[in-house]
Design a binder for this molecule. Structure first.
Ligand SMILES: [Zn+2]
Length: 544
């Protein structure tokens, strides 16, 4: 990546421009250095640019402010992108062929890592190590299931993990075994995966791996029109990789980070983590890489019956939140006092209430001060709590792709009552004055902002548009959805004065789509492609 010469001037013309501002429609942009010099008429563009400006001809389509993914996981996304992709593998033969091909193409890789396989692709839904040994006997193979709740491994992997017939199942997880011999069959789920397999693999990961993952994520984001992301779970290894990339000029996407808060349960330890986050926020404050705050995960997910609800699930489950109010509030109050932005993962209505109570406690304790806190996901919120979002100035950080009708059947079954008609109530949140910021939560969902926009504007499935929409009254006008994915996402990380709107003086962060969904219809988002991405005046992607 090269840096823009401070005086270089470029005119972009030939496409409609969605500026995101209340200005008349624009025909052209002029970029000088890293900023927009002019956004408006073509005649004005030529005048502003002066002689000698480069002209970039766009052949139709739509220019939009650069997308900001308001909730993502950079290194995990890159890790997922560099694995063998199995999500669209329909059968065992295809899975085996891809494993064998990848192994042959990467002879130096110590392991074969894959992700996304579906139970429906495996005979009887029972993956075995023998199926993988048949195509890769010499190197360990690890394949994450599509839902990240289990992993399928071969014999070499079991060997290096030290898992034998004598290894006990941890509480909450299973090492599948042959009913006759008792030998592990190669399928490991839940805590058996998260407590045995993941820590083992994490310990093998090198800085070189992390750099590779980081670069893969940057390339993927840039090629999807993304000029900024907010990483919702930064740890020391991730931050080190980001800082290395920044020092080497490998940062085509602006990153704002939230430090992940572990929950050992001891207030002094929680406060020490807040202090670490405050120090990191002082150390990392450049326009390309900035640490903004902390992230708490108060509950799990509805699909796994681990999100905290005020009334039980259809099956009677009533899980406790990960952070209760007593544990959460002191850390939230301290983070607020330190001027950090607070993000709270809250999917169920009890978790949302705990988050709101803790944030309200911070306001009561610390008084009037600038603050911009946020709640992540908000999949089901008690109607009584919805107005509190606006009153407390909360950013509702939403991932439309999680509301895709194709992934709703189990979600609805777990709740099982009229709560399902209040899922992902975006317009209700916005009406209270809460700011909606859109993200994708990649790699749990695809990182394309265009799919997100399609689902937001239609409540239909980007995976199977023929499915009935998911509570269509919660669909948003396309222009609003686009603002939530650009300006409001920039607002959510206090970057709205620099980004999110195309107007003179702001950073030249924008993307070009090959079609204009305002003219071609919202459905065209499913086929639309990003043809060009520019961050700070520098092209970061230029493709077909
Ligand atoms: Zn996340």
């Amino acid at each position: 990546m090269t840096t823009a010469h401070a005086d270089r001037t470029t005119i972009y013309r030939g496409a409609a421009v969605f500026t995101g501002a209340d200005s008349p429609p624009a025909e052209a942009l002029v970029v000088r250095g890293d900023r927009l010099l002019h956004v408006g008429s073509e005649v004005g563009a030529r005048e502003a640019a002066g002689a000698g400006a480069e002209v970039v001809e766009l052949s139709g389509g739509l220019v939009v402010p650069g997308f900001v993914d308001a909730h993502t996981h950079v290194l995990m996304t890159g890790d997922a992108l560099t694995r063998v992709h199995l999500r669209d593998a329909p059968d065992l033969g295809t899975i085996q062929r891809r494993i064998a091909d990848w192994a042959a193409a990467n002879p130096e890789a110590p392991r074969v890592l894959g992700q996304g396989w579906l139970f429906s692709a495996v005979p009887d839904g029972r993956p075995t190590r023998a199926m993988l040994d048949a195509v890769c006997p010499d190197r360990p193979v690890y394949l994450d299931a599509n839902d990240y709740h289990s992993v399928w491994v071969n014999s070499r992997a079991l060997e290096e993990l030290g898992i034998t017939r004598d290894t006990a199942d941890p509480v909450g997880g299973t090492i599948a075994r042959d009913p006759v011999t008792g030998e592990p069959t190669g399928h490991i789920d839940e805590t058996a995966m998260s407590e045995i397999v993941w820590p083992f693999l994490a310990a093998q990961r090198t800085d070189a791996d992390r750099d590779r993952h980081f670069d893969a994520a940057m390339t993927a984001y840039a090629s999807n029109g993304i000029t900024g992301v907010i990483d919702m779970a930064v740890d020391e290894h991730g931050l080190a990789a980001m800082a290395r990339a920044q020092a080497a000029g490998r940062l085509p996407v602006r990153i704002v980070g939230h430090w992940f808060m572990d929950r050992p349960g001891d207030t002094a330890q929680h406060l020490a983590q807040v202090a670490t986050a405050a120090r990191l926020a002082q150390e990392h404050r450049s326009p390309r890489l900035r640490m903004a705050g902390v992230k708490f995960v108060v509950d799990g997910v509805i699909d796994g019956c681990t999100a905290a609800l005020t009334a039980p699930y259809a099956n009677g489950a009533a899980p406790e939140p990960i952070w209760d109010l007593e544990t959460l509030a002191p850390a939230v109050v301290a983070a607020d006092a330190a001027g950090l932005q607070i993000a709270v993962h809250a999917i169920g209505d009890q978790a949302a209430r705990i988050a709101l109570d803790a944030l309200e406690a911070a306001v009561d304790r610390n008084g009037d001060r600038p603050r911009r806190h946020r709640i992540e996901h908000l999949e089901y919120v008690d109607p009584a709590d919805v107005p509190r979002l606006g009153r407390l100035g909360i950013t509702a950080s939403m991932q439309p792709v999680h509301a895709d009708p194709a992934v709703q059947d189990n979600w609805r079954a777990m709740l099982g009552d009229d709560r399902v008609e209040r899922g992902y109530a975006w317009p209700e949140f916005a009406e209270t004055g809460a700011r909606l910021a859109f993200g994708t939560d990649a790699p749990t969902a695809p990182h394309s902002p265009l799919r997100n926009l399609y689902i937001a504007a239609t409540r239909r499935s980007a995976l199977d548009p023929s499915l009935p929409p998911n509570i269509p009254r919660f669909a948003l006008p396309l222009a609003d959805a686009l603002r939530h994915a650009t300006y409001d996402a920039a607002w959510s990380c206090t970057a709205e004065h620099e980004r999110g709107v195309l107007s003179p003086g702001r950073l030249a962060d924008f993307a070009v789509l090959d079609r204009n969904p305002f003219v071609d219809g919202v459905d065209s988002l499913l086929e639309a492609r990003v043809t060009r991405t520019v961050t700070g005046g520098v092209p970061t992607y230029c493709g077909g």
